[in-house]
Design a protein around this ligand. Structure first.
Ligand code: HEC
Ligand code: HEC
Length: 212
């Protein structure tokens, strides 16, 4: 009994320490779903993102910064909320950028997401070695296509991101992270299926997706 109570107290302390700041930022971001976006203002807000994400949303070829141009607005909003709800350790560079205090409130977030979504998303992306594409295709079709779609186009209604047109190194890093079980708010089925992949299989599936 005593152990249970002290466990509960410990849990409350932990939640109390980590929750308030992050949670309020997340609520603020999620209010953007219901707002009518102003793309022209979004372009202005995007000036704060250009230095890392490129003026066309192409990110960096080494995969350190993802392609975001052409991603669905709803997914972008969700990704920014995710970044806030995880921790600084998970997203060291983006954590500060996704802060409503820095970008602006929900309206600015709706605006910048609509602007990014309107970009062509035709980045010249980096690819993998290309020597195990058959394996990558089989794995994608068996384990990922169900949610991510035939062309890795995602599904905006279900908040599934578009993966096509993304840098190989970024995809691989994210797949490894999902497979490590450390990304806290991923769909359980995706985590189970990604965990079942070997290191070589993760490379193969990331390479296949990077060419879709
Ligand atoms: C200092 C560099 C930097 C700036 C400025 C920056 N970002 Fe990022 N952003 C990153 C990095 C690095 C990542 C990848 C994080 C990772 O892989 O953990 C990222 C990831 C993202 C993602 C998540 C993509 C995904 O696949 O989950 C979104 C959305 C995003 N940024 C939007 C923005 C917006 C909008 C702005 C401007 C308001 C912005 N970023 C400004 C560096 C930056
Ligand atoms: C049950 C549906 C489902 C399945 C199956 C699934 N995914 Fe996902 N995936 C999602 C959803 C929803 C998201 C967005 C939320 C998140 O990050 O968990 C996502 C996000 C991702 C991301 C992160 C994109 C980004 O920019 O942050 C990658 C990479 C990814 N999935 C790869 C895969 C791969 C590879 C497989 C197959 C081994 C797979 N997924 C299977 C639903 C799924």
């Amino acid at each position: 009994m005593l152990r249970r109570i002290s466990f509960l107290i410990l849990l409350m302390c932990l939640l109390g320490l980590s929750r308030p700041g992050a949670a309020s930022g997340v609520d603020e971001i999620l209010r953007a779903y219901d707002m009518k976006p102003n793309i022209r203002n979004g372009e202005k807000v995007y000036a704060k993102c250009v230095s890392c994400h490129h003026d066309k949303g192409w990110g960096k070829e080494d995969g350190s910064v993802p392609v975001i141009g052409g991603q669905y607005a709803k997914v972008l909003i969700r990704q920014m909320a995710d970044i806030r709800s995880l921790s600084k350790e998970d997203n060291p560079e983006m954590y500060a950028q996704a802060d409503p205090d820095k970008i602006g409130g929900a309206q600015a977030i709706a605006d910048v997401s609509a602007y990014i979504a309107s970009m062509a998303g035709d980045a010249n992306t980096s690819k993998g070695r290309g020597d195990q594409l058959e394996l990558g295709k089989n794995l994608y079709e068996a384990k990922c296509r169900q949610c991510h779609g035939d062309q890795a186009q995602g599904d905006v209604l279900d908040f599934v991101p578009k993966l096509k047109g993304q840098h190989y190194a970024y995809l691989l890093r994210r797949i490894q992270w999902i497979g490590s079980g450390n990304k806290k708010n991923s769909k359980p089925i995706m985590v189970i299926r990604t965990k079942s992949l070997s290191a070589k299989e993760m490379e193969a599936v990331a390479d296949y997706i990077s060419r879709m």
